[in-house]
Write a protein that binds this ligand. Structure first.
Ligand SMILES: [Zn+2]
Length: 279
């Protein structure tokens, strides 16, 4: 039987937002950087370009990155070098993979692509140019000449659902394809808190002031290496005044007049759905 519980609850975190996220019970993935010696069942996420091809048998002698354990199955990311394709064209990009796999397996595939891409782009020391080596016992590339360690890169980005009474603020970004509207989002800047980024991005993109910024939930977003951190916030003052460099249109929408919204792959959709279901 499936158990309904919140993402925050399953992580031992109490979500303070009025629109609590809920998910069905999902298989558990435990990230790790080395395989337990007892692991007997394996799954290989071959990364071909930025597409993935999953098999029970490892293909080729290419570099392998241990990803973690998925309910007793040891998962690996295999770095398939350019010019090779063991899948013979059958590898799929992560967006298509979402429709074919469960959410947790999709997250594992995203981890595979991110770690392989990180290793591919950290083959040389960023300080002195010497070829790097994998650091023992740690997920890091080390420079044998100057000792610089490079860790996998994660770029935090915040995404915010802003409400005003019984309406919600949704915007169409300049890069969106089609007439879809979504929550406001943007990268966190160096020296900035997540809450500070929420207030700044909303002000910059649509010219309004928000308050009551509350954490909602988060989602790894492997395009190419973001972590989306979701918040809710409420309107404080100002009227919509869009930044045309970022936003084509932004409006306050009531529940009964919603525009096209993002697909279920994204935390944006989960935030909007939670609001739609709230009283
Ligand atoms: Zn170096």
């Amino acid at each position: 039987m499936h158990v309904q519980r919140s993402i925050g609850e399953s992580l031992g975190i109490r979500c303070s937002s009025p629109f609590a996220p809920t998910v069905m019970h999902m298989p558990v993935f435990t990230p790790s950087h080395s395989a337990p010696p007892t692991a007997s069942v394996h799954r290989y996420f071959h990364v071909v370009g930025s597409a993935v091809w999953v098999t029970e048998e490892r293909q080729g002698e290419w570099p392998a990155h241990f990803l973690g354990m998925l309910e007793g199955v040891a998962c690996w990311g295999i770095d398939v070098p350019e010019g090779h394709d063991p899948a013979d064209g059958a590898a799929v990009d992560l967006r298509s993979f979402f429709g074919r796999a469960g959410e947790v397996e999709w997250l594992v595939a995203g981890r595979a692509v991110q770690l392989v891409e990180w290793a591919r782009t950290h083959r040389f020391c960023g300080r002195c140019g010497t070829p790097t080596v994998q650091q023992d016992g740690e997920r890091a590339m080390r420079c044998p000449a100057c000792g610089l360690l490079a860790f996998p890169r994660i770029a935090p980005a915040m995404i915010t659902l802003v409400t005003r009474g019984d309406t919600v603020l949704l915007a169409r970004g300049v890069q969106f394809q089609g007439p879809m509207y979504s929550c406001l989002a943007g990268f966190v800047e160096p020296g900035e808190s997540l809450e500070g980024a929420v207030v700044r991005e909303v002000r910059e993109e649509v010219g309004i002031e928000v308050g009551d910024v509350r954490y909602w939930g988060s989602q790894p977003w492997p395009f190419p290496h973001s972590l989306m951190v979701g918040f809710t916030a409420t309107w404080k003052s100002g009227e919509i005044d869009i930044d045309p460099a970022e936003i084509v249109d932004a409006q306050w929408f009531r529940r009964d007049e919603m525009p096209p919204i993002p697909p279920s792959i994204s935390i944006a959709r989960k935030l909007i759905d939670a609001w739609l279901l709230a009283d």
